[in-house]
Design a binder for this molecule. Structure first.
Ligand code: PPE
Length: 311
């Protein structure tokens, strides 16, 4: 269904939310964005870590000298308003700020910053069976950008040309996803997910210094793992360590916690979801499905009682 979109301060019909062909973003990829999920839990609908996502949006803008003309409080209220207006009990939320029409040329400083928030229903990112059975991935031949090229702490539109190259190659080669290495050959992340590795009961994940996006699901999983008394370390990971891992999984807003069952045709562990991955999924789903929220991660959304969305 095509829901109304919050565009520069107000909700407008889906078909009216358009961008001019001469907008800076069309030519130069000058946008920053977020991907957020609203969950229908057993205790009502809630947006997962909304403020952290909006803070990252504002930070992404700051890195690119793009001042988003709304405060985090305003963006939070606008997000909830957009979901309630759409009548969705669960959805994916995509806030974007982009450079609009102004002087032509690379310099964006005089182009206006436009902001919108769209919502839609989005199921399992890597296929409906992936959460249980795991996905097959390859190591990508395209690398993650070097730290002094595109800043990876910013979730910027232009960065995703790199992600798309990785994803297209993976899919055309018969895999579900690709894992990028950093310019110096260390494991970084998937095209739209962070990565975790388990070996001998210890959980490892690459540090943010390997040009990864600082994922909010990644941060949540680190917290949940520590609460379960599991050892977790941020550490550089080599390609071959993937092959001999006991368990591997991706994290992301869209991917949630998705097990990886093979890399470059090497089966990982038993070739199916491992016990630590399953335990972390259970802890994560206790929050977002059952609505058990000791960390205050869910922002309640007062979806109208008349809403009859199946979501
Ligand atoms: N790395 C990348 C490159 C990335 O795009 C994402 C999110 C993550 C890590 C995980 O971050 P977080 O969502 O905060 O845990 N990718 C988003 C967009 C995917 C898309 O295809 O679009 C997402 O998961 O929403």
């Amino acid at each position: 269904m095509q829901h109304e979109i919050w565009f520069n301060g107000k909700l407008i019909p889906f078909e009216k939310a358009t961008v001019h062909v001469l907008a800076h973003v069309v030519h130069y990829g000058s946008s920053v964005f977020e991907g957020i999920r609203c969950y229908r839990t057993e205790r009502g609908s809630g947006v997962f870590r909304l403020r952290e996502h909006l803070q990252r949006l504002v930070d992404s803008g700051k890195i690119h000298r793009m001042q988003i003309p709304y405060s985090i409080d305003e963006l939070e209220a606008a997000t909830v308003e957009t979901i309630v207006n759409a009548g969705l009990r669960s959805c994916y939320i995509r806030p974007v700020a982009f450079r609009g029409v102004g002087p032509m040329g690379v310099n964006p400083l005089e182009n206006p910053v436009e902001t919108f928030i769209a919502v839609w229903e989005w199921g399992a990112y890597l296929g409906s069976e992936a959460l249980e059975n795991g996905v097959d991935v390859q190591v990508a031949s395209w690398h993650r950008m070097a730290p002094n090229t595109h800043p990876s702490l910013a979730k910027a539109g232009g960065n995703y040309l790199n992600a798309s190259l990785v994803k297209m190659d993976a899919v055309l080669n018969g895999f579900d996803e690709g894992i990028m290495l950093s310019v110096d050959g260390y494991v970084a992340e998937g095209s739209g997910e962070n990565l975790f590795l388990i070996r001998d009961g210890v959980i490892y994940t690459p540090p943010t210094s390997v040009s990864i996006l600082p994922g909010i699901t990644r941060d949540s999983v680190i917290t949940l793992a520590r609460e379960q008394g599991l050892r977790i370390e941020e550490r550089m990971i080599t390609r071959e360590a993937l092959y001999v891992a006991d368990e591997l999984f991706f994290t992301g807003t869209a991917a949630e916690i998705t097990p990886i069952r093979s890399v470059d045709h090497h089966p990982i562990g038993e070739g199916r979801r491992g016990p630590i991955t399953a335990a972390l999924q259970a802890a994560f789903f206790d929050v977002v499905r059952r609505g058990e929220d000791p960390h205050g991660w869910l922002t309640p959304v007062p979806v109208r009682e008349t809403a009859n969305s199946a979501a």
